[in-house]
Design a binder for this molecule. Structure first.
Ligand code: NZQ
Ligand code: ZN
Length: 388
């Protein structure tokens, strides 16, 4: 394992069927004014909203509600949240929902007291946060992003056709997150499997970088194997607690900074996927699924040894008599078969992409340097074409 790093994850997790019981202890640590952020209404249908409100009332909190946080939260919505938080002198933002609500809450947390424009400062210029940060707590209802235990926050600016992810520091990580696998039983299948692929992509995009023998890669292989096993159970039996709890825990560890340690990390699939998301508003995990096979086939030869290892250690392919190239192909074929089995979107056209959008997608794709090959703009176009 090469590289120098420090490691600290400040988020306290409460996991399991009774996890919500711990909310009252956490609430004692914060002041009275709570900004309750949530999405389009799934928490009202499932009853989670009522359970949370009951605890907030019992704890004597003053609750200000901010509903309607959309998937792929927008800049306009961010400004709305900042105004509400400023007016009400908020002590804690309590996010109840999926990655979008958690991400959004972190964005409000850093932007409310920002001097100047938060989009320019924190999402374009990537400046350090030097203003008051409102603490965030999460009650997670959708699994995939890892937002419950990281500093990530992705905001979409439709006017600029940009979807930008910012990874904030430890002071922006949720102070606590409540993870009850039962909450995930009601996620619609399309969202559920998009989340499964998002998890897989997070792991692969850290795994497919570097050549050293690195403990992070062994952890990544274990996480991928658990995800593959449990996802195949969950698509047949969505209320299988064991499978859904494994997936929930895997998702958290896939993107809570642990397996990035001493890795350069790739993230190019996310860059292309986010650019696709900016022009189509498609579901995040599906944008990744649609471009992944074309991407990995393009870069495979630059990281052949790792792709061969992926085939053997993750998919259990027998290496006897096979070249690294044959193994790499077999690994990617196994990935494709799994994607088909869980039922993710395999083609960009299904997400509404057409040729006229290529230029905007390429313009919105950041070209990173941590993976096995640094893409050119022409490479991105080729990947888009091959993904249609
Ligand atoms: O809005 P509601 O009504 O709650 O419905 C949501 C939404 O329509 C629904 N849902 C969530 N929990 C449910 C449920 N429906 C029924 N039962 C439940 N228990 O699911 C839909 C999708 O929710 P959303 O939060 O948008 O999904 P996800 O968790 O995939 O979050 C996606 C966002 O996270 C960003 C993405 O870019 C995207 O904007 N990401 C954040 C990352 C991070 N913080 O590190 C990394 C990721 O790579 C990702 O980029
Ligand atoms: Zn993702």
């Amino acid at each position: 394992m090469l590289g120098n790093f420090n490691y600290c994850n400040p988020t306290r997790l409460y996991f399991g069927e009774n996890a919500l019981d711990s909310l009252k202890y956490e609430l004692q640590k914060f002041g009275r004014n709570i900004l309750l952020t949530y999405g389009g209404g799934s928490i009202k249908k499932s009853g989670i909203y009522d359970d949370v409100i009951k605890i907030l009332n019992l704890c004597g909190k003053n609750v200000i509600e901010l509903p309607g946080v959309m998937s792929n939260p927008t800049l306009e919505k961010l400004y709305e949240g900042c105004e509400l938080a400023r007016k009400n002198n908020i002590d804690l933002i309590l996010a109840v929902g999926g990655g979008s609500v958690c991400d959004y809450s972190k964005a409000v947390s850093v932007s409310t007291y920002c001097e100047g424009d938060a989009w320019e400062k924190y999402f374009i210029n990537m400046e350090e946060v030097n203003n008051k940060i409102i603490p965030v707590g999460c009650i997670l209802t959708m699994v995939g992003t890892g937002s419950e235990m990281n500093g990530g926050s992705v905001i979409t600016n439709h006017a600029k056709k940009l979807k930008v992810g910012r990874v904030f520091g430890e002071d922006v990580f949720p102070k606590f997150s409540i993870l009850n696998p039962v909450y995930t039983f009601t996620i619609p299948k399309y969202q559920m499997v998009a989340g499964f692929f998002d998890i897989m992509s997070h792991i692969m995009e850290q795994y497919f970088s570097g050549d050293d023998d690195n403990t992070s890669d062994y952890i990544a292989e274990g996480l991928m194997k658990s995800l593959i096993t449990s996802s195949l159970i969950a698509v047949e039996d969505p209320k299988n607690y064991e499978a859904r709890s494994n997936i929930m825990w895997t998702a958290t560890w896939a993107l809570n900074t642990l397996i990035a340690k001493a890795k350069s990390t790739d993230w190019e699939v996310h860059m292309i996927g986010q650019a696709v998301g900016a022009v189509t508003n498609a579901t995040h995990g599906m944008t990744l699924a649609a471009v992944s096979l074309a991407y990995y086939n393009k870069i495979k030869s630059y990281g052949l040894k790792k792709f061969a290892r992926f085939a053997v250690n993750v998919w259990g392919i027998n290496p006897a008599g096979k070249t690294d190239n044959e193994l790499a192909d077999a690994g990617l074929k196994a990935l494709e078969d799994w994607m088909n089995k869980i039922g993710v979107v395999m083609h960009l056209a299904e997400l509404g992409v057409n040729e006229s959008m290529y230029q905007d997608i390429v313009d919105g794709t950041f070209l990173l340097e941590g993976g096995y090959k640094i893409l050119t703009r022409d490479d991105v176009i080729e990947i888009l074409k091959a993904s249609m």
